[in-house]
Write a new protein. Structure first.
Length: 588
């Protein structure tokens, strides 16, 4: 093996690892977070959890990614530790699909149909189709499919290059002597563990082993302990991801380690004990890619079958390893924004949507509670403290969501996910401002309570109509945000126009009462503050609704949108506005 063969091998390894990364990324984006959502919801049955874990891993081509996601689920309280066990076991089975795909490179036959199944025969076609999808289409689905196809092509090209480059090693005695060392179970396991820990992918390390098999110098006796070590080495990624997580998340990572460690030890003890009594003849035979795939799958399936009934015991073992302390860990909404999910952007977007929805509901509660204090409700210190606590929490929502989504926006998002992130980033600011106005309204209610002030019957009646209109617009804005309904969002702006008119009328009527001595200046100031805050709340609701309508078309010019509405270009807008004017008519 000369220098150029070594360079070819390094180049092949680089292409192989990059192709695996690109293909996994494309598959993950193509799933659009749907697989992760299914994984989150359907894990009550342990057998179903195993099947789902295997399916998700087979699709995203990484047991490490699945396990890291599970650690994130447990950390954020989405998944219980007992549910995580089955998914982790299934992930180990799902990752073996990669070795079967890679074993296609070893197909040898003169039959035309068999030759067509060899990657070198069909990857050129996949490459052309994939590149065409990437370069000549803007459709997200086709673009993701193109990424998967190109990733697969690069992966297989790298595999072929590695295999061709290492083939001359068959004639190098030193290489053969090194491989003989790996027939020792301990050394072989250590080699597989270290290699997998470094590249953080058991699928990739198994692929490298399959590439080395073309030399004919790798026997099954040397390959088997290396494969066992690779299963342990893949736990490193999950262990690293659990650093700084909750105790249960750490336990999920250590369950992954215990499962692979116990399964490997049991397999090695039983296998080599039988081999000592009745030696297995196949151990001296040269290994091939298909044989490696068989061993990889057989071990993980067997380990799952043996250890699945002892899932609760694994949970207890993990709990004994990482013990509880006196402090009880609390799970809150912000733990849904786990940085582990950033590696799966589509799912991370769904988590942001969930947290933003909770923020919207809290905002609605805060503003409704504040309005109730002014519109017939009894003022109490408990209600006031609740509103202030809600405003503080909503501020935290904006900070945490904004920071998380800025990080998320740096990932490769689909067009639809990009729209969602833009919508959320625009909307959470308005929700936070609405909560600020809730506190302003609370201050007005507190002042009236402390000074024992009350509005005249006519002013109170007008305020009641005004308050009902504001409740309505908040309900429409929040509901359209939660449901993603542009139809409901389009009813917000006509109501906002009606509220603007109510605001003008309320202030005008107040001046009339002030000049006739029916109202005091002090109450006038309070009423002016209330009506101004009501009008501002309506403005923020309008912003939320407009984002909902415009963001899908990559348009963010609210001013232009409103101008087009008010130019009379939309008859529906005028009809809606007149309808609201009839509903929220001030008393005569």
């Amino acid at each position: 093996m000369d220098l150029f063969d070594l360079l070819d091998m390094v180049c092949g390894l680089a292409l192989f690892l990059y192709g695996m990364h690109v293909m996994g990324e494309g598959l993950s984006r193509a799933s659009g977070g749907k697989l992760e959502n299914i994984l989150e919801q359907l894990t009550n049955s342990r057998i179903r959890a195993v099947l789902l874990g295997a399916a998700v891993t087979a699709v995203i081509q990484s047991s490490s990614a699945t396990t890291v996601m599970v650690v994130g689920f447990v950390n954020s309280g989405i998944m219980k530790l007992s549910q995580a066990v089955g998914v982790i076991m299934g992930a180990n089975i799902g990752t073996t699909i990669t070795s079967w795909i890679l074993s296609l490179t070893g197909i040898q036959s003169g039959n035309l149909l068999v030759q067509l199944c060899k990657p070198s025969s069909f990857t050129p076609v996949l490459a052309i189709v994939g590149v065409s999808f990437i370069l000549f289409t803007r459709n997200d689905k086709k673009h993701n499919i193109g990424t998967v196809l190109v990733g697969f092509t690069v992966l297989m090209t790298g595999m072929e290059m590695m295999s061709a480059a290492v083939k001359p090693l068959a004639d190098v005695p030193e290489f053969t002597n090194i491989l003989l060392m790996f027939r020792s179970p301990v050394l072989g396991m250590l080699a597989g563990l270290v290699l997998t820990a470094v590249i953080q992918s058991s699928s990739a390390s198994v692929g490298i082993l399959q590439a080395l098999c073309v030399t004919g110098a790798v026997s099954y006796g040397a390959a088997l302990p290396i494969i066992m070590g690779q299963n342990i080495g893949t736990c490193v990624t999950a262990m690293l991801s659990s650093v700084g997580a909750s105790k249960n998340a750490k336990r999920a990572a250590i369950i992954h380690l215990y499962f692979n460690l116990i399964g490997t030890v049991l397999f090695m003890v039983v296998f080599y004990a039988i081999n000592a009594v009745h030696p297995f003849a196949f151990l001296d035979l040269p290994a091939n890619a298909a044989g490696i795939a068989v061993i990889h799958s057989a071990f993980n399936i067997a380990a799952t079958c043996v250890l699945l009934p002892f899932g609760n015991a694994l949970v207890k073992l993990a709990t004994l390893t990482i013990r509880d302390d006196a402090q009880v860990e609390r799970i809150d909404d912000f733990q849904l924004l786990d940085e582990r999910f950033l590696s799966q952007p589509a799912f991370a977007v769904e988590q942001c949507r969930t947290v933003a929805a909770r923020m919207a509901e809290l905002t609605r509660e805060a503003i409704f509670s504040a309005i109730d204090l002014l519109d017939g409700g009894e003022y109490t210190d408990e209600k006031a403290e609740r509103i202030e606590a809600l405003e503080t929490k909503i501020d935290h929502y904006e900070d945490n969501l904004g920071t998380y989504m800025v990080k998320l926006s740096r990932a490769k998002l689909s067009r639809e996910d990009g729209h969602t992130v833009s919508l959320l980033l625009h909307s959470i600011s308005d929700f936070e401002r609405i909560s600020d106005h809730a506190v302003n309204l609370l201050d007005s209610a507190r002042e009236m309570h402390e000074k024992q002030l009350s509005f005249s019957p006519m002013a109170a009646a007008e305020l009641h109509v005004f308050a009902d209109a504001v409740r309505d617009i908040v309900t429409r804005a929040v509901q359209s945000f939660l449901e993603g309904s542009t139809a409901l969002a389009k009813t917000v702006e006509p109501l906002e126009e009606c509220i603007d008119a109510i605001n003008v009328s309320v202030k005008s009527r107040h001046i009339e009462r002030l000049t006739s001595g029916q109202c005091t200046i002090e109450l006038g100031f309070i009423l002016s503050d209330i009506s101004t805050n009501f009008e501002r709340v309506a403005d923020h609701c309008s912003n939320i609704a407009i984002y909902q309508i415009q963001v899908r078309n990559d348009e963010y010019d609210a001013h232009e949108y409103l101008l087009s509405m008010k130019r009379g270009e939309h008859d529906e807008f005028d009809r809606e506005e007149h309808k609201f004017e009839r509903i929220y008519r001030l008393p005569d």
